[in-house]
Design a protein around this ligand. Structure first.
Ligand SMILES: [Zn+2]
Length: 413
């Protein structure tokens, strides 16, 4: 059986992890940070990956590079490889090539750009975020070719840039320029988040609404506060009122999410006056709101402005609320094929039945969902992303490849 041959071929990488270690070592040494983080971008890493894919026998590679004058190569690479199966329908896997800076070097046990192995663990910047996915994808492509197997589904691999800084030069660019690659009945998995046991499938994300709240009063000497209008005091009232009244206005809960409700959090606060004996005439703070699917950003904004109008009257100040950033919520249906197939594949490989969840954060899966493509986020990983001593598990890398293999080989199309 082709299925068994493929799974056994992948299994050999558990006993002989040399290839996983070699791939991780080469990818980590690229230091593929974006220009916002003082890096040279992802081109060197993309060329390495393209070279390996060609060595494995994949010639059908397509580059969709985003021009970017901030990096030496003048472009941010997005590489797409397709390995045909018996059906045109594809399983798409997405890995991002960019990594975040190592941060405080003193917090690392060893050089973050030099992979260190300790048993099943590999340490280095980027090994888990997102090279584990990249290597699972590469192992799968390699063994399909080496074993000369034509899977049931076609396999689509996307190696993208700029995930850590917004995806404008990454998946955003690819979807804007090569949307026709992606079909509604294809399957979409983004292996960029998960749990150590692989028992969580992320199917939905809350919407994000970031607000700036600017309070304008009248500055005066703090010994005669009645001569001014204290913007800080009015701002504090506004923060408390928003926290209380926005939750009351949008009390809906969805048990798919943790926490189950929308959240409205006063977060950043700008400095006002430098001295203690002045009543501030201006006060600026920010709110991070995460909205359940079904709650519109427009409705939340309107409610915040109503609260602002009432608070402004109470204190005799002006309060202006404006949107800093907005991203709509996104959800894939629980009954869609990728959820069902992935659930079964995980159960067979890991012996756990994963459960679907919604999150408050934002991933590139939202970009796919906003195009009507039912994407999920799943992988088996330790939550060491962005931390010092980031590490990945070699066995999780191989087993993720086996989960993808099961979906690919499954005769359902
Ligand atoms: Zn990531």
């Amino acid at each position: 059986m082709d299925d068994d041959r493929l799974l056994e071929a992948l299994d050999k990488h558990l006993k002989r992890p040399e290839r996983v270690v070699a791939l991780q070592t080469a990818l980590t040494a690229c230091k593929a940070m974006g220009p916002e983080n003082g890096g040279r971008g992802e081109m060197e890493k993309a060329r390495l990956i393209a070279g390996w894919l060609k060595d494995f026998g994949l010639d059908d590679l397509c580059w969709e590079n985003a021009p970017d004058t901030r990096v030496p190569d003048g472009a941010r690479p997005n590489l797409v490889a397709v390995l045909p199966g018996r059906s045109d329908r594809k399983l798409w896997l997405f890995g991002h090539m960019d990594v975040v800076p190592p941060g405080d070097l003193a917090a690392w046990t060893s050089d973050p750009w030099q992979v260190r192995q300790e048993g099943d663990r590999l340490y280095g910047r980027g090994v888990v975020d997102n090279q584990q996915a990249i290597i699972s994808m590469l192992l799968l492509a390699k063994e399909l070719r080496a074993q000369k197997i034509a899977p049931s589904l076609s396999l689509g691999l996307v190696f993208m840039s700029d995930e850590e800084c917004g995806s404008d030069y990454g998946l955003g660019h690819l979807l804007a320029h090569s949307r026709e690659l992606f079909r509604a009945d294809d399957l979409y998995i983004v292996p960029d988040s998960g749990s150590p046991r692989g028992d969580i499938i992320e199917v939905a994300e809350k919407g994000q609404l970031w607000l700036q709240v600017r309070v304008t009063g009248k500055q005066c000497h703090a010994a005669w506060p009645h001569e001014g209008r204290n913007a800080f005091l009015a701002g504090a009232d506004m923060a408390l009122s928003c926290h209380k009244r926005l939750h009351a206005a949008f009390p809906e809960e969805d048990p798919l999410f943790d926490p189950p409700g929308s959240t409205f959090v006063p977060s950043k606060h700008e400095a006002n006056v430098p001295n203690i004996n002045t009543v501030p005439g201006s006060d600026v703070f920010y709110m991070d709101c995460r909205l359940l699917p079904g709650i519109s950003a427009g409705a939340a904004l309107e409610e915040a402005r109503n609260i602002a109008a009432r608070t402004a009257r109470r204190w005799g100040v002006a309060i202006d609320v404006r949107v800093e950033r907005e991203q709509a919520s996104s959800a894939s249906p629980l009954s869609c094929p990728v959820v069902t197939l992935l659930t079964d594949a995980v159960e067979r490989v890991h012996n756990v039945r994963p459960k679907p969840v919604g999150i408050g954060g934002a991933t590139v899966a939202a970009l796919l969902r906003h195009k009507g493509l039912h994407a999920v986020v799943w992988s088996t990983l330790e939550s060491t992303c962005h931390q010092p001593d980031e590490y990945c598990s070699i066995s999780a890398t191989v087993k993720d490849a086996q989960v993808f293999a099961r979906i690919l080989m499954c005769d359902h199309a």
